[in-house]
Write a protein that binds this ligand. Structure first.
Ligand SMILES: *Cc1c(COP(=O)(O)O)cnc(C)c1O
Length: 383
């Protein structure tokens, strides 16, 4: 054997990101909400693990009007690669980031007066007007001006010469849950009242928005002029949308794959993995695959997860460890070393969705794709 050096050689574990599926999901959303409604694509948290830069590039090319990120740092990353559409920083900004927001043309969400006052000072010094979106807390209880304080807040804002209220927004806590319909309607009513107060005080926000994916699909009145989908863009629906709506035909954007690195026959009543949590009930063919919880293949899937190999579903056996996972391939005819293993996504006639994996791991789709770590390269299809 000769030793060759190949700098591109790597472990065969990867996530494929299908940008055509992303574009198609955007079209499905637009069809549902109507062409006149703008779309702010939520690309925070590296586009829910899908890669913010390639996703934003494609979405910008597809005509998305706005981007939503959590942190100014994430917005700066998008500006650095040439994204020009408006970017809303959903969590606001941190002390010391006022200048960066102004220079990079990032629009912060604001919810504290001291925050807006400091931005006003920076804008004055720079000789510019800073756009902000004011967030109203109508029931989520997380960020926002409390609905009861809106009048007072407005009055204080009127004194700030270098701030322009470009938008008003709120966030709904339970738009996916028909049992919480009254609560959601209450949130929307409180928001409408807050918008009214701003308008009476002479503010003329160009963007009034409330709807995440769940609300965009279930509450037409929440759509306003703009919706803020994230999860549905990435193809999640079962654990995102209300069970009462006709499920849209969304396509998963991420799939996760690896290859068999070792195959072995083990006898009946052998224990496998840390803690000896699995014991074979028959002579078994066991495969080792190079992916573990450090890659985001969650340990909670130990003895529960399933993967696709050779056109069959194969169970995860034993504890998932940091870098390795065992699967039982006894019932997979013709299985061999280096065969592709699909942990998420479609292979042949079989599909494993993020929602299925999430249910087994006791969480939601969002957390499954966000958790796929940077150790797993993203391979972009249909760029
Ligand atoms: C993340 C986020 C969204 C998108 O929510 P999805 O459920 O992924 O559609 C919308 N609005 C705000 C404020 C968010 O933080």
């Amino acid at each position: 054997m000769t030793i060759t050096e190949d700098n591109n050689a790597r472990r065969p574990t990867w996530a494929e990101i299908d940008l055509d599926a992303l574009a198609e999901n955007l079209r499905v959303i637009r069809e549902r909400v109507g062409r006149e409604v703008k779309v702010m694509a939520a690309v925070k948290a590296d586009a829910y693990g899908h890669g913010a830069v390639p996703c934003a590039r494609r979405l910008e090319a597809e005509g998305v009007e706005w981007f939503g990120v959590a942190l100014p740092e994430e917005g700066i990353e998008l500006r650095r690669v040439g994204i020009t559409k408006p970017i809303l920083c959903l969590g606001g900004f941190w002390e010391g980031q006022q200048k960066a927001c102004l220079q990079q043309n990032l629009t912060p969400v604001v919810y504290r007066l001291d925050m807006i006052e400091s931005l006003d000072r920076f804008a004055r010094d720079a000789g510019v007007i800073a756009d902000v979106h004011v967030k109203i807390d109508t029931g989520m209880g997380r960020l926002g001006v409390r609905a009861d304080d809106v009048s007072q807040f407005c009055a204080a804002l009127q004194g700030l010469r270098h701030i322009r209220v470009d938008g008003l927004m709120t966030h709904l806590a339970a738009a996916d849950d028909p049992a919480q319909d009254d609560f959601t309607k209450g949130q929307l009513a409180r928001f409408e009242l807050a918008v009214e107060i701003f308008r009476e005080r002479g503010f003329a926000p160009s963007h009034v928005h409330a709807a995440n994916s769940a609300a965009a699909f279930a509450y037409p009145t929440a759509r306003g002029e703009m919706v803020r989908p994230g999860a549905t863009l990435y193809g999640f629906s079962r654990d995102v949308l209300s069970p009462n709506i006709t499920p849209p035909r969304l396509r998963p954007v991420m799939s996760l794959h690896s290859r068999i690195m070792l195959l072995k026959t083990v006898g009946k009543r052998e224990k496998l993995g840390y803690g000896c949590s699995f014991e074979t009930s028959r002579e078994s063919l066991i495969a080792t695959i190079p992916i573990g919880y450090d890659d985001g293949y969650r340990r909670a899937l130990s003895n529960r997860g399933r993967v696709i190999v050779g056109g069959k579903l194969a169970p995860v056996v034993g504890r998932i460890s940091m870098d390795l996972t065992l699967i039982d391939v006894t019932d997979v005819p013709g299985v061999s070393l280096r065969d592709q293993v699909t942990l998420l996504g479609r292979h042949g006639a079989l599909t494993i969705t993020a929602a299925e994996v999430a249910e087994l791991a006791g969480t939601i789709s969002y957390e499954i794709t966000c958790a796929i770590s940077s150790r797993v390269p993203r391979i972009y299809a249909n760029v």
